[in-house]
Design a protein around this ligand. Structure first.
Ligand SMILES: [Zn+2]
Length: 505
């Protein structure tokens, strides 16, 4: 059995110590249990310092921070957030040569994660965002998004790999949920991002996800790290670099490159979400001096230069802010200028017209309701029931039909997540009871009623939400909204709409 133990320590500087241990152990008799125990203690005493020596050869030891969440919660949260990112951000095609290349670099780094930090449940993915900011972020459980601006700013493949290795280290060390653990807020419930983008009855502001959901709201926990975590991600990142055959000093160099490009302004996003733990450059270089780069060192590649020139030939990318602004302005245009919420609203007409939504569904809606399309939902409402209120688009009577990516293929779990998000975005609402079984186009569906006093009308509002799964795993939802006392005039229209739905996805 000691043979196994010793095979771990076969490097040159430890030979003498190994011999010493062998000698000591040879003098032990394994005759009694007492001896065995004593034996184990001696091994522990001797192996302890030996381990430290060994660890030094591989670099500094980085501790996993305390975390009250499960590994599968990391995976679920990351998947959900990544779904939102994919809906909100312009991405380069996943089968493009640029994306393939970034993915190759990512895979090489992931396979170099030291064994003791590997999580079998994590699924790494690498996608390129068509945005000009020097930024990159990774979500819990493995989804990573690298901005085009970051790839263009890097001077070598090693520098780009450096940022990616640093991001992978945050994932590996589970810093997002560790930070949530530290925050220890009773109010902070995972996952809180369900309907933040899509369903908001008040607002429904698609653009806000970039500022509130994905980038900053979510970022407070998942994207902006403490200095302590930064240092750990730098150190583990350097180790991953070395094991993957990159010079870990390229990670340090990338920080210099990013600083230079920031031109003394507030600095690129990436630096504000990854604050300098102090002496960053020196600490990484010191760590690098302890590491041996495995295989032949890879700092640059012809492919990297090809990808860079391909990016530079593409039309100019927008900044994240421009992307957010564009979506917000699209959203505020969703109701015609001057439309106002009025006291009296015409009842639903007795005639219906067919509406077809992006080939995924068809529905019949009252003839006097107009359709307002947004990115992944459509609002149907009569005149006087929609308008702008305190800078938000609101509606008081009608329905929203839409599709949400909530990261679960289980109807109950997906619906719960979606409703949680909805309630967080519309804090005046409360769920009445639990989910009820229902059907949409013959498929299993869930229904729940939310009520509360509408800040727009001052009246009690009834909100009925129906959810069902599409074949691609997305959640299809219908939300009916009406002041409670007028429900009886709308019940028939709501039922007719629900029964008319054809799902094609
Ligand atoms: Zn960081």
């Amino acid at each position: 059995m000691y043979q196994d133990l010793f095979s771990l320590f076969d490097t040159e500087p430890q030979k003498a110590l190994q011999q010493l241990i062998k000698d000591v152990l040879r003098n032990f008799k394994l005759s009694t249990i007492f001896d065995c125990v004593r034996h184990a203690v001696v091994i522990a005493i001797l192996v302890g310092p030996l381990m430290t020596l060994d660890a030094l050869a591989q670099g500094s030891r980085v501790e996993m921070p305390k975390n009250k969440y499960s590994v599968s919660q990391d995976v679920q949260l990351g998947r959900q957030a990544a779904g939102e990112v994919r809906q909100q951000m312009p991405l380069l095609s996943r089968d493009s040569r640029i994306n393939d290349y970034v993915e190759d670099v990512g895979r090489r780094l992931v396979s170099a994660i030291p064994r003791e930090y590997q999580q079998s449940g994590f699924q790494y993915s690498f996608e390129v965002v068509n945005a000009s900011d020097i930024n990159a972020f990774a979500l819990p459980g493995g989804p990573m998004f690298v901005n085009r601006g970051m790839i263009e700013a890097a001077r070598t493949e090693g520098e780009m790999a450096g940022v990616m290795a640093h991001e992978i280290s945050h994932v590996v060390l589970r810093h997002g949920t560790a930070q949530a653990t530290k925050a220890n807020s009773a109010k902070f419930q995972l996952p809180a991002i369900g309907g933040a983008i899509l369903g908001a009855i008040l607002g429904g502001n698609v653009g806000s996800v970039i500022s509130q959901g994905t980038q900053f709201g979510l970022g407070a926990y998942f994207l902006k790290y403490s200095r302590e975590y930064e240092r750990d991600a730098d150190i583990l990142g350097a180790q991953i670099m070395a094991r993957a055959g990159y010079d870990p000093r390229d990670l340090a160099n990338m920080f210099r490159t990013i600083e230079r490009q920031s031109g003394g302004s507030s600095g690129p996003e990436w630096l504000s979400s990854h604050p300098n733990p102090g002496n960053r450059y020196q600490v990484i270089n010191e760590e690098a001096s302890r590491l041996r780069v495995s295989g032949s060192s890879r700092s640059n590649s012809a492919e990297f230069s090809q990808v860079q020139s391909e990016l530079r030939r593409m039309s100019k990318a927008l900044t994240m802010q421009e992307i957010a602004n564009r979506q917000t302005s699209q959203n505020t245009r969703s109701y015609p200028a001057g439309s106002r919420v009025e006291q009296n609203v015409e009842y639903p007409a007795g005639n219906y017209r067919a509406y077809r939504g992006s080939n995924l569904f068809e529905i019949n809606v009252p003839g006097n309701w107009q359709a307002f399309e947004e990115q992944s939902s459509v609002t149907f409402a009569p005149r006087g029931a929609y308008g702008n209120y305190q800078g938000q688009s609101v509606f008081t009577h009608g329905a929203i039909v839409g599709i949400a990516n909530v990261g679960s293929r289980n109807l109950q779990a997906a619906s719960e997540q979606y409703i949680n998000g909805l309630l967080q975005n519309n804090s005046y609402l409360q769920a009445q009871g639990r989910f009820r079984r229902s059907t949409i186009d013959g498929r299993q569906a869930l229904a729940i009623t939310l009520t509360g006093r509408s800040p727009v009308t001052g009246a009690n509002e009834a909100v009925m939400v129906y959810t069902s799964l599409l074949r691609n795993g997305n959640l299809f939802y219908v939300i009916n909204v009406v002041p409670r006392e007028q429900y009886r005039y709308y019940e028939r229209a709501f039922n007719t709409m629900l029964q008319s739905i054809n799902l094609n996805g």
